[in-house]
Design a binder for this molecule. Structure first.
Ligand code: ADP
Ligand code: MG
Length: 729
């Protein structure tokens, strides 16, 4: 019965690393080989068209239809030289992941033959029957048309034989149906608002950029073992499995040597990522066994999001070539760390000044404090929304589980920066600004070391930590599209910076000097957003109580957390920044609740099947063996002696009976609970029912299955165990 398990274990042990030939060129030469970047544009586009394209990319100018044909022609020429035959609009629907619809370049030539065709029209816009993508009811099926439109700020690229065109995906009525459209709007809002504020400090700055550097965590599992676990295959996580006797207690995996099959995978992945223009830089083992991390150099946020989506699909593909499956689920294994995707976020000028990095002069430090404090204000006012932006059925397993940030958003600043803010709060304006004779104004801002980055008091328990020149949002899940968090964060900061400018301008109009006006507003903000600052242990029970006292959002139920998207202050924030309107927000929440329900529903079905097809039959088979043995004892030995010899087995027989009875009863109850929940018409209420009644049953059932796994003869157990999934590579 359990032959498959032992066969795949045996095979996994004998697998050798795949040979990945070393590229003959240097990374700087093959970097972005498959990207139609500026260098290729320069080569393949007429110079006037090239100049216009650069204007479109750098300044957000509209892509003029008249040049679209020439851009398409240049792109096609480049792509055909690489052997490309198809093109696709590549977009990011509200399901996690990306979607594509491939079309061949060929068109009828009108003379009975074919010719290779790719017009500007096809490049810029494409109609798509998106009815199969979640839209939360924005489009009824009879008008199930949406269209995808090229986002020229993200360059097109080639994967295999296909030219991929990054696009936004919107309904004909204008509402966004994807992650990219609102992200671009949020980025436009925040860069504009930050530029206006930056002009207080340096009127010569032309452009602000929002940056993102993500760190992607993932697990690798041998493909054969993976295939023998229907739960991993169908839900991305193990719904059962007793902890291995050795887990991550020793933490010897972290930064340890990378196993050779994994190293080959990483090498392959890095080469292909670099060819696609993804600037990958670091790789290492993570805390849990078979868990790893990959991080690129940070980039402009929209591009970084695309690159993360691309790297996740590359990982899935390349892992299979190495006999692995990559697990991007936030919590594939109980009892070991889950996977996150830290989002390092900052604002900077196009000339490279990071707005949240301390400077050399007092004025530069005031700029630094201004942007840090406004970020804190945004995070404070929208802490519930930020939590909603990273919440999902899968990430819910990770948050608050003593390994990842708790389900409460707070911000860590570290002692040095906290001291500076406290000083500003406690001083008077006159203390802070003194007129220093001929030198003009003197600002009393405590010296801030320029290299806060190497500051050691990092707090791993904080979901939103200041790390020297950026904030690190650690709550996003490994599987998520970073855009969700980045839309909320950038839009909230945009709203806050707009408010800040208003507040400062009012004081300036009243005759207050600029610097003094800025300091006054900042001091007020420091007081107001104090509840969001927390440098202590975010995993502790005391923090939960303290956070509730401070009025931070402490809700833990995933479907209820989504309500944050529809709070009046959220709608106001998204509408005033032009990112999303009420209708879009409502529709997107319908999708979120529906996806939540479906995830739990699938897990419940899969667990039910596993119980009936694997667990219970094996338990009964083993129990029968024990019963046989007890009978045979009776025929061999006198009654007293047989009873004492069989005592252990009889106890196990009873234990198995108790566990299986409980499991069967709960599985039936779970089916009934699902029937009840499925009758609920409203998506929100249905998701809450799944959260409150069905999700806990999964855990109860699992507990008893894991107990059975410990009792039953290892030779009979059909499903690969944790020790096999986690330690073979
Ligand atoms: P950690 O110590 O958390 O592993 P790293 O130093 O490896 O952090 O950096 C993590 C990520 O942060 C990288 O992707 C890096 O490029 C990015 N990063 C560094 N500085 C910034 C910044 N100013 N803005 C955005 N991302 C940044
Ligand atoms: Mg990090």
């Amino acid at each position: 019965m359990s032959k498959l398990r032992f066969r795949v274990v045996e095979e996994a042990f004998h697998k050798k690393p795949v040979d990945v030939p070393h590229p003959t060129e240097r990374p700087s030469e093959y970097f972005a080989k498959y990207v139609f970047n500026r260098e290729k544009m320069f080569k393949y586009l007429p110079s006037k068209v090239y100049a216009k394209m650069i204007d479109v990319i750098d300044n957000g100018a509209a892509l003029d239809r008249s040049i679209a044909d020439e851009v398409a022609a240049g792109m096609k020429k480049w792509a055909v030289e690489l052997g490309v035959t198809h093109y696709t609009h590549w977009f990011q629907p509200l399901t996690e992941g990306t979607a594509e619809k491939h079309d061949a370049f060929v068109e009828h030539d009108g003379k009975g033959g074919m010719l290779e065709e790719f017009s500007g029209k096809l490049l810029v816009q494409q109609e798509s029957d998106g009815s199969s993508f979640p839209n939360g009811g924005i489009r009824n099926t009879f008008e199930a048309r949406g269209y995808s439109a090229w986002d020229p700020s993200s360059p097109v690229f080639v994967v295999d034989d296909t030219l991929c065109i990054p696009t936004i995906f919107i309904a004909y009525t204008g509402e966004s149906l994807d992650y990219k459209a609102p992200l671009l709007k949020a980025l436009r809002a925040v860069t504009k608002a930050a530029l206006d504020v930056m002009h207080y400090f340096d009127p010569s700055v032309k452009k602000i950029v929002s940056y993102l550097g993500w760190e992607q965590e993932y697990f690798l599992v041998d493909e054969g073992l993976y295939a023998a676990r229907p739960d991993l295959l169908l839900t991305g996580r193990t719904l059962m499995g007793h902890e291995a006797s050795k887990n991550q207690q020793l933490e010897d995996h972290y930064f340890g040597a990378i196993p050779s099959r994994v190293a080959a995978f990483m090498k392959d992945l890095e080469i292909q990522a670099l060819e696609l223009g993804i600037p990958v830089k670091t790789r290492h083992n993570e805390v849990a066994p078979n868990q790893f991390e990959l991080a690129p150099i940070f980039e402009e946020c929209n591009l970084a999001v695309d690159h993360n989506m691309l790297i996740m699909s590359l990982m899935r593909k390349i892992a299979r070539n190495h006999g692995f499956r990559v697990l991007l689920h936030e919590k594939p294994f109980k009892g070991v760390n889950g996977s996150g995707k830290h989002n390092n976020w900052s604002l900077g000028t196009d000339s490279g000044v990071l707005l949240m990095a301390p400077g050399k002069t007092a004025e530069e430090n005031l700029r630094f404090i201004t942007f840090v404090v406004n970020t804190l204000m945004a995070v404070y006012h929208h802490n519930g929304l930020l939590k909603a932006s990273i919440m999902s059925a899968t990430n819910a397993h990770r948050l608050g589980a003593h390994e990842a940030p708790p389900a409460i958003i707070s911000s860590f600043l570290g002692t040095q920066l906290s001291k500076v803010l406290d000083h500003l709060e406690e001083s008077t304006n006159d203390d802070l600004i003194s007129l220093a004779g001929k030198q003009g104004m003197k600002l009393d801002i405590p010296q801030i070391p320029e290299l806060l980055i190497d500051n050691t008091d990092r707090n791993r328990t904080s979901p939103f930590a200041f790390t020297g020149n950026r904030f690190e949002f650690r709550a996003p899940g490994s599987e998520a599209n970073c855009a969700s968090a980045m839309i909320a964060l950038n839009a909230a900061v945009a709203e806050q910076l707009i408010q800040f400018k208003k507040d400062v301008d009012v004081l300036i109009e009243q005759g207050e000097p600029k610097i003094s006006a800025i300091i006054q507003v900042i001091r007020r903000y420091i007081k107001e957003c104090k509840p969001i600052r927390f440098d202590g242990n975010g995993y502790s029970e005391e923090w939960k109580e303290e956070a509730a006292r401070r009025g931070l959002d402490c809700e833990t139920s995933c479907p209820v957390i989504f309500d944050n998207y529809l709070k009046p202050e959220t709608i106001q924030m998204f509408e005033s920044t032009g990112v999303m309107n009420r209708k879009e927000l409502k529709a997107r929440n319908e999708v979120k609740w529906d996806m939540y329900t479906k995830k739990i529903q699938i897990e419940a079905r899969v667990l039910g099947d596993l119980v009936m097809n694997h667990v219970v039959p094996v338990a009964i088979e083993y129990q029968t063996k024990l019963i046989d043995n007890a009978y045979k004892m009776k025929s061999l030995f006198p009654a007293d002696e047989a009873a004492s010899l069989s005592a252990e087995n009889l106890a196990i027989i009873r234990e198995i009976a108790q566990h299986t009875a409980f499991i069967k009863e709960r599985v039936d109850a779970m089916v009934e609970a699902r029937k009840v929940a499925n009758r609920i018409a409203e998506e929100r209420e249905k998701a809450i029912a799944y959260h409150d009644t069905i999700a806990p049953m999964l855990e109860e059932i699992r507990y008893h299955i894991d107990k059975l796994e410990l009792i039953i003869d290892d030779q009979m157990w059909t499903l690969p165990k944790y020790r096999e999934l986690l330690f073979i590579r």
